[in-house]
Structure formats: C-alpha cells, structure tokens
Design a protein around this ligand. Sequence first.
Ligand code: NAD
Length: 492
Amino acid sequence: MTQTQNTPSVTQVRHLIGGEWKPASDGATFESRDPHDGALLGVVPAGTAEDGAAAITAARTAFDDGPWPLLSPKERAKILHAVADTVDAHREELALLETRDGGKSINQSLHAEIPRVAHNLRFFADYVAMAANEAYPDGDLLSYVLYPPAGVVSAISPWNAPLMLATWKIAPALAFGNTAVLKPAPQTPLTAHRFAELALEAGLPEGVLNVVHGFGGEAVAGPLTSDPRVDRITFTGSSATGVKILQAAAVNHTPVSAEMGGKSANIVFADADLDVAVPMAIRAIFGGNGQVCLAGSRLLVHNSIMDEFLARFTEQANTLTVGDPKDPSNFLGPLIEQRHLDKVHGYVELAQEEGGKVVTGGARLTDQARAGGFYYPPTVITGLSNDSRTAREEIFGPVETVLGFDTEQEALRIANDSPYGLAGMLFTQNLDRAHRMAARWKAGTVWINTFFERDLRLPFGGEGASGLGREGGQYSREFFTEPRAVTLRLRG
Ligand code: NAD
C-alpha cells in the first residue's frame, strides 16, 4: 500500500528564534524537494549569519535569564517526556515527512527512526534525573562533583537520519540544562521544523530550542561555530566539514563533539553462521540506501568461503526491492540528490578504472517508475585491494566492496588500515577470537554476530577521521556539562 493519501502540502518553513517564527533576515529561501519525484515539499529560509547570531542571542538569553538551567532534572524531564509523547502521537505524520524529504524507506522511518526520536528524549530526560553522582568523604573533608550545564549548544546535523540525529544532540543538551540552536541539513529541513512546532506546543519554554535553516560556511552556520557566546558544538556530518568546524571552534576554545564519516569493515570468518552473516551483511550496506555512517562498506570474507558467500550475498542483493520509499514493500528508496548520485556512480566508475569488477548493479535505474528519482541499485564490487580509493574513501551509497583474507591477523590489519575508525562487525563462532579482535580494532563500536544494536548508555563515536569524543549516557554528561569539583571542610 502506498501511503500517498497522507501527502502533506508544501510547508512554509521558518526559523524558530526565541519562540518566534521568522524568515531569513534578507528574505532569501530555498526549496526542499522529494528525491522520489522532485515534488516541491517545502520553502525554507536560507539563513544568514545575522539569523545565526540572533538564534544564539535567544539561546543565550534563555540560558542566562531563563528558568531552564535552574529547573530540577525532574522538572526538565517532565517537559521532555511531554515532547516525546507528542512525537509518539504524531509518529505517522513525522515518518511520512521524513520519508518524503529524504527518501528513506517508510518502514525505517515509522518503525525505527521516529520511535528513536522519542527514545532519545526519554532516555536523556531519565538519565539526568536518575544518574548517580560522585562523593568522596575523606576525614573532615567531603568532596563531590557538580554537573552544571555548559550553556549554549550549537547542534549541526546531517541529512541521512535527520530528526533521529538532531534529537540525539538536542535531547542530552536540553536534559542537562543547556539551551540550543539546531541547524538541520538543508536537504532535509522538514521534520526539524515540525518537531520544533510540536515541542513548543508540548510546553518547551521559548528560547530553549532555536532552529535555523540553511547552509554551512559563512552563512547561517558561521556564527554557530565561531561565535564566542557558544559553549559547546555538537556536529554530525562529513569528516571534511568536521575539520572546518574544529578550526572555527579552536579560535574560542569551544569544545566540539564530532561524529563523522566511516568506512567500516565487516569481517566474515569461515566458521560464521552464514544464515546470520549474509542477511546482516546485506542490511549493513544496503539498509538506508547505504547512506549510513555505520555501514559495513568493506566486506572482508575468508577466502575459503568466498565463492559460497559471494553467491548468496549477490543473490540476496538482487532480490532487494528499489522504489518509492512510501511503499512499505520497497527496501531501498532514492538517493538524496543528483549531486550525491553522481558521486556514488563516480565511485563505481573509479572502481572499474582501479581494476574492480562490478558483480551486480552499477548503473542508475531509469525505467519509467524510477526515472523521476535518484534511484541506484544494490551494487557489489570485487577484485580490488584495500589500497584502492574505492576501498578507502566513504562512498555513502549502496555500494559494497568485497575483499578476501586468509588469517585473523590479516583481517585485523585490513580492517585497521583505514583513515576512518567508526565501527566494525565480525561474524564467527569463535568468541575467543571475537574478543581478541574487539580489543585491537580501531573502531568506536564493534558488533559481534550482530549489527546496528544501540544501547544509549554506551559511548558512541569514532577514531581518526570518524570523530572526536564520545556521546551517550555518562559520555554525554561529560560533554554537555562543566564537571565541577567541590571540596568542603566539615567541623566535626
Ligand atoms: P555535511 O558535512 O555535508 O553536512 C552536515 C551538516 O553540516 C549540515 O547541516 C551542513 O549544512 C553543515 N555544514 C556544512 N558546512 C559547514 C560549515 N563550514 N560550518 C558549519 N556547518 C556546516 O554532511 P552530510 O552530507 O549532511 O552527511 C553525511 C555525512 O555525515 C557522512 O560523511 C556520514 O558518514 C556522516 N554521518 C556520521 C554519523 C556519525 O554518527 N558518525 C552519523 C550520520 C552521518
């Protein structure tokens, strides 16, 4: 069933600054279009540096004068739970909006990402209200730790999981008592706009969450990274943008949490249960159209099972349905935009120049049903070495590079031979080996015989070009607060 009966009209997006809905200071706008058929979905303010600065002023005022940072964690949690409840109540609307704006399959929007939005809010609301604290009695001295909020947080998010990742930043920022300015990606502004409306309706005080729209660089995002009134920057996006943000932030010594790109290895040993490993490997690269930072985009298969594995993997890849993401029977939707499709296809051409063989896929889908969208099929490439650019650079599309290996040491060496260090997956029945490898893997997350499981108490982040810092549970507390040591002398 196609859920087009709920098709929303064109959204007139506005910035949310200090509780007011505003156009760009110079009135400029840009369009947000459906990557499935090019339909106009939203007219969005192309924010200026002036807009960014105004949003910071609003967040600053709400932090310095407002009650938000002084509310008890329980009082803030009550409001954040009310926001989560309204997200649940609008789950279908938000999921459809996300799917139309970014091309994500409706199953994923409806059953994974929008529910995770509500979970982000509830998890951090409860974490702050319930987290244990440190106290060290020492004779007549009593020392303890306070976690006051850092202040104003800039949150800059990407297009590949728009509202899930925006709230992965906003939820801890607000729960710990900060105020925030969110800048969603220009490709997918619609759910952040709707979320901001819902959050205000649910009782979030004005100025606590501000949302500005537009582009990076000198425009609206400029002040978000370079204004000295910003106390924290939390960024998710590409490694190249991350470097620019780190450079801008260094001027004011502003701490940055950066979650960036990946080129994660998925290692399948000869003793793996292929009934588990094959479908997981499929999901790890083709889920979310491969536009997933954690994607298992370098598939390392033990040479003794290569032929069987590759035959099963390719067969399953060929059964994946590609089409209108609003139709729940489709597994892959369109890629986000023409420029990105050109980039993905460019890598497939490069792979062939580098001596690789395209086993399946490798050309844009242009039949009548899909010609209006940026559709690309599941693509499998063999015959390359880990030194090739195809195996080293992030493609961020449904393109798998398959490499062979003979020994555990070789597999680990290849996995770690990457500029990135975000995640790793391995499939084996030998848990001694799995544990050994997890301890030596250059990756923020290692999954053994599974993929994509997330417990928000765990540290999340990457090494090398994949990131700086960790978020999640206590790691988010470290980042979004200014831990303060207090020592008090008692007089008996
Ligand atoms: P991007 O870096 O192009 O943009 C991300 C955000 O940064 C957008 O909001 C953009 O407008 C903004 N931006 C761009 N230039 C800026 C600048 N100079 N100053 C401030 N802000 C600026 O990334 P993208 O294409 O939107 O997202 C895809 C990338 O994100 C991939 O590399 C992917 O791996 C990565 N990603 C990482 C994670 C993670 O958790 N590690 C999660 C999702 C996506």
